[in-house]
Design a protein around this ligand. Structure first.
Ligand code: ADP
Ligand code: MG
Length: 151
């Protein structure tokens, strides 16, 4: 599935749409170069879940946890991960099944990450961005296809 998002506002709005489609413990990989718009999409997902506060990039902390009305979300940025084994120390195993897990730079955690429900790749395209979206199961794929048609 493909989608063109012309500006930052559209990127955030699509993130909010994603929030309504993804199951509560979804595992999402966000791929794309520095500046692609991965963190912007995470901000949209958080807005869609009702998070009003700041959304900072966990570049140095690797993971930023959020809690909204008892619902957890863990935002990872693995860009500076030295070794995929670090994920053990960060408590990844304990987070599984406890909330939504979003990974920027999943390539850097290869071998130590759970299988994703959804993989989103972001590319520069004209002034905006092009997203390719893959879902691992039929139901999510169907929901995404419907949402993309209406977006
Ligand atoms: P990443 O996390 O992939 O490094 P960011 O989310 O920090 O990237 O975004 C980098 C820049 O791209 C920001 O200035 C943001 O406003 C801009 N941006 C995000 N999405 C879009 C879009 N669809 N069109 C144009 N600019 C965008
Ligand atoms: Mg980022």
């Amino acid at each position: 599935m493909k989608l063109h998002l012309p500006d930052e506002e559209a990127q955030v709005r699509f993130g909010a749409t994603l929030a309504s489609l993804l199951p509560p413990c979804a595992i999402v990989f966000l791929e794309g170069d520095l500046g692609a718009g991965k963190t912007t999409l995470v901000r949209g997902i958080l807005r869609g879940l009702g998070w009003q506060g700041n959304v900072k990039s966990p570049t140095y902390t690797i993971v930023e946890p959020y809690e909204l009305d008892g619902v957890h979300l863990y935002h990872f940025d693995l860009y500076r991960l030295a070794d995929p084994e670090e994920l053990d120390y960060l408590g990844l195993r304990e987070m599984l099944g406890q909330g939504m897990l979003l990974f920027e730079w999943p390539e850097r955690g290869a071998g130590s990450l759970p299988d994703p429900d959804c993989v989103i790749r972001i590319f520069h395209s004209r002034e905006g961005r092009e997203l390719t979206i893959e879902a691992s199961n039929k139901e999510l794929r169907r929901r995404l296809e419907t949402a993309l048609r209406e977006f």
